[in-house]
Design a protein around this ligand. Structure first.
Ligand code: CP
Length: 307
């Protein structure tokens, strides 16, 4: 039974296939409207979410299927001490596919080892968030036409930002990608990502604290929120939370065809004054997330022989 825990669970050919399916869904939505009739998606969200949970649910409805689940751990039997393994075995009796978010790294893997239906990791602690990366890839593909040769700036909380870790893993497999890692000293990219992904694959990267100095070289600017929920103390969060605030003034030396992405939710990282700038892609990214989750549900249910 195939589950998706990490973006590396997909080959580059499979990522391209998912993108092609999503593009076809955008062009020919009616073709897909009944494929999942009679099938159920369970959304098990042990952590807050707006986009990921609702886009999974919208995706399944637009494929003709149904949805069940919970949006907080307190309303499930996890509050009584039920394990992730038992939860996964139980929900497999009710649903054809599971999307799960959990604050603990590795939780989705444990669920997938115990479920009898495909499990999709909808975010596990500070580890990874593969379906956000699918949304990011479709957004970049639609904005830039492809991935090769891009200079990608990643800005903000690169330590705890699981979307950043997944995106680096995905983009590192394309040609001539160059990363600019922009963060405060305390929130630098974890050394395991640098060592196991960037250095191992000879991917060029630079590290800086200076967003404005990096700006002119960037094709993509991926802003991120400082992840309050992963901090051990509030003082550090308050000191670091506004390290980077993108304003129109800061874009004066940016390329005219820069694409600005953010996985959202946004707190202060991007001024609302940028929302109408043609370079702002973050709400397109939200919509692209639904199309890619539709493509993913289809792929996994087809491989499982469910549809
Ligand atoms: N990008 C993202 O995961 O958003 P939510 O937390 O709202 O799901």
């Amino acid at each position: 039974m195939r589950s998706v825990i990490d973006i590396l669970d997909f080959s580059v050919a499979e990522l391209d296939e998912l993108i092609s399916t999503a593009l076809d869904i955008i062009e020919n939505s009616k073709k897909y409207a009944h494929i999942c009739e009679g099938k159920k998606l369970a959304t098990l969200f042990f952590e807050p979410s707006t986009r990921t949970r609702l886009s999974f649910e919208a995706a399944m409805y637009e494929l003709g299927g149904n949805v069940l689940g919970f949006s907080e751990s307190n309303s499930s039997s996890a509050a009584k001490g039920e394990s992730i393994a038992d939860t996964a075995k139980t929900v497999s009796c009710y649903a054809d596919i599971i999307a799960m978010r959990h604050p603990k790294e590795g939780a989705a893997l444990v669920a997938s080892n115990n479920a009898t239906v495909p499990v999709i990791n909808a975010g596990d602690g500070g580890h990874c968030h593969p379906t956000q990366t699918l949304a990011d890839l479709l957004t970049i593909r639609r904005a830039k036409g492809g991935f090769n040769g891009l200079t990608v700036g990643l800005c903000g909380d690169l330590k705890f930002g699981r979307t950043v870790h997944s995106l680096i893993n995905a983009l590192s497999r394309y040609n001539n990608i160059n990363f600019v890692l922009i963060s405060p000293e305390e929130l630098k990219l974890p050394s395991y990502v640098k060592k196991d992904v960037l250095q191992k694959n000879n991917i060029p990267y630079t590290q800086t604290t200076d967003l404005e100095a990096a700006m002119p070289s960037l094709d993509i600017l991926y802003m991120t929120r400082v992840q309050r929920e992963r901090f051990f103390n509030e003082e550090d969060y308050l000191r670091l939370k506004d390290s980077y605030i993108l304003t129109p003034d800061k874009l004066k030396n940016a390329k005219p065809d820069l694409s600005i992405l953010h996985p959202l939710p946004r707190v202060n990282e991007i001024s609302v004054a940028i929302d109408n700038d043609p370079r702002a892609c973050y709400f397109k990214q939200v919509l692209n997330g639904k199309y890619m989750r539709m493509a993913l549900i289809l792929k996994l249910l087809k491989e499982a022989g469910t549809i």
